[in-house]
Design a protein around this ligand. Structure first.
Ligand code: NAD
Length: 317
C-alpha cells in the first residue's frame, strides 16, 4: 500500500496557514486538508498555496471538513485565540479550552487513527484537554510544548557562542511560557558541557549572562508579538518538524508537551519533556537526569499547571 502522508490542519489563521505552506514547501505531504470555522479563510489559504503548485512537489491541498480527517495520519490543531500585546498565554485558557474540546470531539467522530499535535495556547493545558477528550491513547496526543522555546534557546546560545545552532544540544522543558525551565546542567556543544566550553571559548561572558539569555528566550514570543503582531514562522517550522518525525517514523528526540504519569512523582499534567517521536507519536519518554534545582523547578511548574487545570475544568463555560 502506498503511504499517503496525509495531514489535516484545524485553524487556518497565521499559525495554521504558515504551517500548511511550510509542509507544502518541504514536500512532506501528498494530501493536506485545511479546516476552519471561517471556511472562506481556509479556501483562500488552500488556493494561495495551490497557485504555487508548479514549483512544489505534487500534493492535493484543499479546504475541507472533519469528514476529510478520516484517513489523516497527523492532525495539527492551531485553532483558537492568539495572544495580544501584554497578554499571557494563560489568559486564553477558557476560550481556547472550549474550542479545543469541540475540535477533538469532532476528531473522535470522524478521524480513524490520527496523531494529534496541539499548538493552541496555553499549549500545555490545551494538550491536556486534548488528551482527556480524545479517544486516542495518550502517546498519540501531544502539544508542541517547549520545542519552540528549545529552538529559541539553541538559536540564542548559537548567537552568543558563535556556533551554528544545530551543533548545540540544550533543552527548555516544563511549561511553554512562564513556567519554562532551561536545562543548563545538561547543555552541551558537541558533547562538551557548556561550562567547559565557556573556558575554551575566547569570548568573555559576564556572570549574569545565563539569566539574560534565559529571559530573552522566555520572553521572545511577546517581543515578536509587540513588533509584528503575531508569531508564526518559527512555530510553523516547529509543527512541521513534529509532523515530519511522525510521517517518516524518524525516532527523533524532540521536546513535546506530553501526558506525565509518575515522572518526579507528578501525575496527570501535560508538560514539555524530550521524547522519541515517530510513527504513532511518542514512542519513548526521555527521563532527563536533572539537577536538584531543575527538578524542584519542574515540580513547582507542575503544581501551577495542576491548579490552572482544575480552574479550567471548573470554570470553562
Ligand atoms: P489566528 O487568529 O490568526 O487564527 C486562529 C484561527 O482559528 C482563525 O482562522 C479562526 O477562524 C480559527 N478558529 C477559531 N475557532 C475555531 C474552531 N472552533 N474550529 C476551527 N477553527 C477555529 O491565530 P494564530 O496566530 O494562528 O494563533 C493560533 C493559536 O496558536 C493561538 O492560540 C496562539 O496563541 C497559538 N500559538 C502557539 C504557539 C506555540 O508555540 N504553541 C506559537 C504561536 C501561536
Amino acid at each position: 500500500m502506498i503511504k499517503k502522508n496525509k495531514v489535516a490542519i484545524v485553524g487556518a489563521g497565521q499559525v495554521g496557514a504558515t504551517t500548511a505552506y511550510t509542509l507544502a514547501v518541504k514536500g512532506l505531504v501528498s494530501e493536506l486538508v485545511i479546516i476552519d470555522i471561517n471556511t472562506d479563510k481556509a479556501k483562500g489559504e488552500a488556493l494561495d498555496i495551490n497557485h504555487g503548485m508548479p514549483f512544489l512537489n505534487p500534493a492535493k491541498i484543499y479546504a475541507g471538513t472533519y469528514q476529510d480527517t478520516k484517513d489523516a495520519e497527523v492532525v495539527i490543531i492551531t485553532a483558537g485565540l492568539p495572544r495580544r500585546p501584554g497578554q499571557s498565554r494563560r489568559d486564553l485558557i477558557h476560550s481556547n479550552n472550549r474550542i479545543v474540546q469541540d475540535i477533538v470531539k469532532q476528531l473522535n467522530t470522524h478521524a480513524d487513527d490520527p496523531v494529534i499535535i496541539v499548538a493552541t495556547n496555553p499549549v500545555d493545558l490545551m494538550a491536556l484537554t486534548a488528551q482527556r477528550t480524545s479517544k486516542q491513547p495518550k502517546e498519540k496526543v501531544f502539544g508542541s510544548g517547549t520545542l519552540l522555546d528549545t529552538a529559541r534557546f539553541r538559536f540564542t546560545l548559537a548567537q552568543n557562542c558563535h556556533i551554528e545552532a544545530r551543533s548545540i544540544q540544550a533543552d527548555i522543558i516544563g511549561e511553554h511560557g512562564e513556567g519554562e525551565i532551561p536545562v543548563w546542567s545538561l547543555a552541551n556543544i558537541s558533547g562538551v558541557p557548556m561550562a567547559t566550553y565557556c573556558s575554551i571559548c575566547n569570548r568573555i561572558c559576564e556572570s549574569q549572562k545565563r539569566e539574560q539569555i534565559f529571559l530573552e528566550v522566555r520572553d521572545a514570543g511577546m517581543e515578536v508579538i509587540k513588533k509584528k503582531g503575531a508569531t508564526y514562522y518559527a512555530i510553523a517550522l516547529t509543527l512541521t518538524r513534529l509532523a515530519e518525525a511522525v510521517l517518516k517514523d524518524e525516532h527523533s528526540v524532540l521536546t513535546v508537551s506530553m501526558h506525565i504519569n509518575g515522572y518526579l512523582g507528578i501525575y496527570d499534567v501535560s508538560m514539555g519533556l524530550p521524547a522519541v517521536i515517530g510513527s504513532g507519536g511518542i514512542q519513548k519518554t526521555i527521563e532527563l537526569p536533572l539537577n536538584q534545582q531543575e527538578r524542584e523547578d519542574f515540580i513547582a511548574t507542575s503544581a501551577v499547571l495542576k491548579e490552572l487545570a482544575r480552574d479550567m475544568e471548573e470554570f470553562t463555560p
